[in-house]
Design a protein around this ligand. Structure first.
Ligand code: NAD
Length: 317
């Protein structure tokens, strides 16, 4: 029987794709999720091989009991309150789940004695990019609650690694897109509208440079990081390594699905009416390339083509 991996947030977007990939290589997956944004349908293709446990990372004793009864060997931590806008409206709840919840995962891992904990970090922790591309040593300067909690989670992971020797690896990524994304986001909204024959209007973002990572590339890199033996570094960028503006993205979607017009307003992308946009850029992926052998396969255009094909194959119109 394969290795037992517990994925917090295993019924979510990234968690369910990771679950599928681990099952495909012969592992057993426990998807530990309170179904806040995740849903069992995300796991439908491998429902016989994935055990979905309805649990909350804020419930430390249930998390520990689950890990012990399922003989969990490694943990992938993806459970979080992810949205940028709602985190501004609910900073305390965001901090509770993303920071206290992460501490619980680390504490459970330490008590049970699991082999490795891998967390999914975010480029949002950098705030505005001071240079482009940004490498993993770029200063962390988050400015909104979601981003602040992602930085804090990483700091606690460093602490557990330093103090208790917990084997922690962080895969910091950019804007991941692909089938199953639960939130409105530019590639999803543009492609879904265009497939329905509808126009898309974004108020801002024509000058916003952002790295967008296709889900399959993220999964490839995350599994390499999960398996890396005694890595020299503990933080890896798993991203596309290239940045494009939303205007460029709109042009690509218009080429892939001709007809519907996509309009992007000027300036930086404003994700919230109350917070100014921040210039981003590409994530430097050379560390993951040299240490993990990570090779992203999807430039943005290729990823958008693949995403469109998958949606069409599932009958989306
Ligand atoms: N999607 C991206 O572009 C992106 C980019 C950078 C980092 N990340 C990080 O990747 C991780 C996963 O993001 P996602 O896009 O898959 O989001 P998602 O919302 O699809 O997944 C999060 C999952 O966590 C679950 N969850 C939330 N609170 C929980 C709790 N208290 N206990 C147990 N489960 C809980 C949700 O039900 C959901 O299934 C997050 O840590 C996020 O910060 C995502």
């Amino acid at each position: 029987m394969g290795e037992s991996v517990l994925i917090t947030g295993g019924a979510g977007f990234i968690g369910s794709h990771l679950a599928g990939a681990i099952v495909q290589r012969g592992g057993r997956v426990v998807a530990y999720d309170n179904l806040f944004t995740g849903c069992p349908e995300n796991l439908i293709d491998f429902k016989d091989q994935v055990k979905l446990v309805h649990g909350d990372i804020l419930d430390l004793s249930f998390l520990i009991r689950t890990m012990m009864s399922e003989r969990v060997e490694r943990i992938i931590h993806t459970a979080a309150l992810v949205s940028y806008g709602p985190s501004i409206e609910k900073p305390a709840l965001t901090a509770k789940i993303n920071i206290e919840g992460t501490i619980n995962v680390l504490e459970a891992a330490r008590i049970v004695g699991v082999g490795r904990v891998m967390d999914v970090g975010s480029e949002q922790a950098y705030g505005e990019f001071q240079h482009d591309p940004a490498d993993e040593d770029h200063p962390l300067s988050p400015t909104v609650p979601y981003a602040i909690t992602k930085m804090a989670a990483e700091k606690f992971e460093e602490f557990y690694h330093r103090l208790f020797g917990l084997d922690v690896v962080i895969v910091r990524t950019s804007w991941v897109y692909g089938p199953g994304l639960p939130r409105p986001r530019a590639p999803k909204t543009m492609i879904e509208n265009s497939l329905k024959g509808l126009p898309t209007t974004m108020e801002s973002g024509a000058d916003q440079r952002t790295d967008h990572t296709y889900i399959d590339d993220f999964i490839q890199g995350a599994l390499l990081a999960l398996d890396a033996k005694n890595p020299e570094n503990r933080v890896f960028h798993i991203a596309s390594g290239k940045a494009y503006t939303y205007e460029e993205m709109a042009g690509m979607v218009e080429r892939i699905i001709p007809g519907p017009k996509i309009t992007v307003g000027p300036g930086l992308l404003r994700q919230s009416a109350t917070v100014e946009g921040q210039q981003k850029g590409a994530l430097d992926i050379r560390r993951a390339q040299s240490q993990l052998g990570y090779r992203p396969r999807y430039d943005l255009y290729d990823g958008l083509v693949k995403y469109t094909q998958v949606l069409k194959s599932k009958g989306f119109s």
